[in-house]
Write a protein that binds this ligand. Structure first.
Ligand code: ATP
Ligand code: MG
Length: 554
């Protein structure tokens, strides 16, 4: 039997210990996005981690919008986040929460701290507060307002709530320790005045709680046991603990930090994605070159592939970047036995088989997926004129080129052997038509054993082909030269998107619907675009090519 511990990550070890020592008798996790953008692959990791733990320990999973900062929050984002989480397969059942619903309780909590002498209203300006805070090497200075009486603080805080002050005029601060080596503990601000309209509470409030105060309260109110967040909050944990302890919550939650997921060659981080969207460099939050969840879905990634990826990456305590190729590996693995394989020519040139009867169309039966017999077979039309890939013909081939060149015989996939007899060119020397002859004996080329050929190429009958648009993608940033330019802007790859308008696919593709995925043999996995496909025209996104240099880490 497998040793249980070796397969457990450090968070599971912490949970096991808490359960066995009786700190908690159940597990309850949450995913707490701020609705200020679309979710990305990093969030997927957090969602699947939190949801996965709740499942593993037979616990509960809360979905909570951390909507305590109205400046950047929008209903559009709330809806997209819900859709993305559902798509990933995490189920919150009836546990959907909004931090803004706790505003009255957070206000009460602040009053409680004031009454305990643990919070005070401070009139210093933002700049002064920063000056008084000190540095990593110097302790801070106490605010002259620190010793206001409880009564005075209660009155001033109520005035803050009632709109008596302008933004920034007064704040409520926790009274902790201005000499603490941890700057987060030097009387942090817990409430600020902000005359802003909130997307859910409207103008009810003109004071809003700060994240470090609000978050532990949200967790505690919901009975969260393990509040899992990313590493940058490690230094905030003493404040988290201070808040839940001073507010005397029973069974307070425990904050546990893990490393953020970063990927090479792509842009993670809401801030950067947002900028690309706002600057019109990409076609919205779901542009297939992005790694927002909406973009991954549109590109053709599956929830299964993302889960596989997140599992492979694992959970760790140190920041590092994962190779994008690993995500590509996961989608190939997932689609391998799930998708039909069809022939599509992305860069067409005509092949004419001169000894094949004019006007004849015959059908070859082809296996849809050799790795999954259940996917059955289909009939593919063949005729005198075909499209083949331009790169599958060369007039003067280099060594080891086994495809079409004058005098050479190749296999047309699942059809006949053909021998190249030459080509036609236009005035500029571009090849316009390739000529060949076929050998009727070699019908169903794959089974023919009379003689061998070294090359096999795919083809599509010109008479029956369906013309589609294909979009081919490269990394949106140039990782080799660094993701960022010297001025902090993104170092964009100008070739990140290529649109191929005259791509030809076998006629079976006509049944494809938006979101359907296929393997175009030799060319990669493709997904029918859900946004730009119309009744008249199929648009495909290349999810990933077939070739990979990626090796699974041992
Ligand atoms: P970003 O850094 O992209 O702006 P964020 O942390 O501001 O993201 P939130 O909406 O606050 O986004 O995040 C919700 C949850 O997702 C948090 O618990 C956060 O720690 C987690 N999370 C965010 N980015 C990542 C990431 N790259 N890897 C793992 N978890 C992440
Ligand atoms: Mg955030």
């Amino acid at each position: 039997m497998e040793n249980e511990n070796t397969s457990k990550n450090f968070i599971e070890m912490i949970i096991d210990k808490d359960l066995s020592e009786g700190r908690f008798d159940h597990v309850q996790t949450r995913f707490p996005p701020e609705p200020n953008g679309y979710l990305h692959i990093g969030h997927a990791k957090s969602i699947l981690l939190n949801y996965g733990l709740s499942k593993k320990y037979n616990g509960k999973f809360n979905m909570r919008f951390d909507d305590t900062n109205p400046t950047k929050e929008k209903v559009e984002f709330v809806e997209s986040i819900k859709e993305d989480i559902k798509w990933l397969g995490a189920e919150w059942e009836d546990r959907l929460f909004f931090a803004s619903d706790y505003f009255p309780k957070m206000y009460e909590a602040a009053v409680k701290l004031i009454k305990k002498g643990k919070a005070y209203v401070c009139d210093l300006t933002a700049d002064e507060i920063r000056e008084y805070r000190g540095t990593l090497t110097e302790p801070g200075k106490e605010s002259p307002y620190r010793n206001r009486t409880v009564e005075e603080n209660l009155e001033l805080f109520e005035n803050m709530k009632n709109g008596k002050y302008a933004d920034g005029e007064k704040v409520l601060r926790a009274k902790i320790d201005m000499a603490s080596p941890n700057i987060n503990m030097r009387d942090p601000i817990i409430y600020r005045v902000a005359h802003m309209t909130h997307h859910r509470t409207g103008d009810t409030w003109c004071i809003y709680p700060m994240y470090d105060f609000a978050h532990p309260i949200e967790d505690a109110l919901e009975g969260i046991t393990h509040s899992i967040c990313t590493l940058e909050f490690e230094d905030h944990r003493p404040l988290y603990d201070w808040v839940v302890n001073e507010l005397e919550f029973e069974n307070p939650p425990r904050q546990v930090e893990f490393a953020k997921l970063y990927l090479t060659n792509v842009v993670t981080g809401k801030r950067y994605i947002k900028k690309l969207v706002e600057d019109g460099i990409v076609d919205g939050w779901d542009d297939p070159r992005l790694v927002s969840i909406a973009a991954l879905r549109r590109r053709g990634f599956t929830p299964e592939s993302i889960k596989m990826f997140v599992d492979l990456v694992g959970v760790s305590k140190s920041n590092s970047s994962v190779d994008y190729a690993m995500l590509e590996y996961c989608i190939r693995e997932d689609l391998k036995s799930k998708t039909k394989r069809v022939m599509a020519v992305l860069d067409p040139v005509k092949l004419v088989i001169d000894n094949y009867p004019e006007d004849q169309v015959e059908y070859f039966e082809m296996i849809n997926n050799p790795e999954n017999e259940e996917m059955g077979t289909r009939k593919v039309p063949f005729s005198k004129e075909l499209y083949i890939e331009r790169e599958d013909f060369m007039e003067e081939p280099p060594k080891k080129y086994f495809r079409l060149f004058p005098g050479n015989e190749v296999r047309l996939m699942n059809a006949y052997f053909v021998t190249c007899t030459g080509c036609e060119k236009d005035a500029d020397g571009n090849v316009t038509v390739v000529h060949a002859t076929y050998d009727p004996e070699t019908r169903n080329g794959n089974g023919f054993t009379g003689r061998k050929v070294k090359g096999t190429i795919h083809w599509v009958s010109t008479a029956k082909a369906v013309q589609v648009e294909a979009r081919l993608f490269e990394n949106i940033v140039d990782e080799e030269k660094g993701k960022l330019n010297e001025d902090g802007t993104l170092n964009l790859n100008p070739n990140s998107k290529t649109v191929v308008n005259n791509c030809y696919v076998e006629e079976n593709i006509n049944e494809a619907k938006p979101g359907d995925k296929f393997q175009f043999v030799r060319n990669g996995y493709f997904c029918v675009d859900t946004k730009d496909t119309t009744d008249d025209k199929l648009v495909f996104n290349r999810i990933v090519s077939l070739k990979s240099s990626f090796k699974l880490p041992k």
